[in-house]
Design a protein around this ligand. Sequence first.
Ligand SMILES: Cc1cc2nc3c(=O)[nH]c(=O)nc-3n(C[C@H](O)[C@H](O)[C@H](O)COP(=O)(O)OP(=O)(O)OC[C@H]3O[C@@H](n4cnc5c(N)ncnc54)[C@H](O)[C@@H]3O)c2cc1C
Length: 385
Amino acid sequence: MRDVVVVGAGPAGIHAAFLLAQAGLDVVLCEAQSRIGERAICSGVVGDEAFARFDLPKRPILADVRCIQAISPGGRTLEHCTEAPLAQVIDKGEFNRALAERAIAAGVDVQLGCCVNSLGVEKHSVAINFQSAEAGPARLRAQVAIITTGVNGSLSRALGLARPRQFLRALQTELTLPPNGHGTATRVYVGQDVAPGAFAWDIPLGNGKRRVGLMTEQNPEPYFTKLLQRIAPHTDLATLRIDRKGIAQAPVGRAVGERVVAAGEAAGHIKTTTGGGIYYGMLSAELVAEVVTRAFRTRSFSSQTLGEFERYWRSAFGNELMVGYFARKLAGHFTDRQIDGFFEVVRATDLLVRLNGRLKFDWHHRALLATLRALLTLPGGIGTS
Ligand SMILES: Cc1cc2nc3c(=O)[nH]c(=O)nc-3n(C[C@H](O)[C@H](O)[C@H](O)COP(=O)(O)OP(=O)(O)OC[C@H]3O[C@@H](n4cnc5c(N)ncnc54)[C@H](O)[C@@H]3O)c2cc1C
């Protein structure tokens, strides 16, 4: 009988396991892949606040982001640049491995090639049924299980817990390209013809390398082909390694039951504006670890005790997720002409400068509400120019 089994070694699972082991609990971390960070498909942009807050390892950093340019369908540009880095671009596989090293040093028992098929909640424990790469079907028992399986919601679904039901579909590749005259700015492209309902990105990694991708609610393939023709017209698409993955899109309802709780992207804890899940995943991990540690103190693993997690995350970042979700949904209904109009208005009113204090890499809801307020007070409104 173990204290806690954490299922899924992404940033959320590894961080939760680390904090629980630091609190003195006996923690097993089960990861389906044979190596931590394998197939960690991600653009790897992590805000500086996350590095400070979670004392993140610097080893996986590839480049920093000091300038972000957004490009409208008609080619209008908005730019936000700062002296100090806004964010870092990481190698996500290396990042997960560095997090796992510190978790192992804190006492976490990491089981690789451990694909959990089901969780069975019983009166005095939870049974974790898994397929082990070495030993075949096997079973563990623990007082509590934490589900951090990312976008894969099958374990939550089987237990009747809420799980992500809305997804964006993302495609990404890495290219080596000659300088494009945009320096080291990270570029974000929007428009109904670019990535309906979301956006495309072009992130310099240094040494001519760039991470190029997009996410959308629709079939992303034709948009990705168009994006590559625009950014890298001479690239032979057939030779590229293109990664595909879904991104959860909305905070889910109650993802807590007797002895089980879901956190990170598995609970929809992901930035709903941009699809960034590392910061909120780790924040979610911090909160779930606090609730589970408290549950061990009182020896109560009821859904009511673990349900405190629900209250914690809603108060920490519930507003962010909801406002971001509705803002992105609303923006997804803008026509290209309205998007161009929006860029025009933001430039003409110097809105980015006026929002400056409220523009934070990981916290968007105040800037979004201020933007909405500013737009509502404009004579004429968006898209009428
Ligand atoms: C193309 C793309 C670009 C992105 N760019 C960014 C970005 O720039 N910045 C950012 O912050 N976020 C980004 N994200 C999102 C981010 O990668 C995820 O939200 C984040 O990794 C979620 O962390 P997590 O720990 O909740 O889940 P994950 O990182 O998905 O980890 C889940 C783990 O669980 C394991 N697992 C799943 N099922 C089982 C099972 N049954 N048994 C055992 N193990 C299992 C998986 O193998 C995996 O290792 C991007 C996502 C995509 C797809």
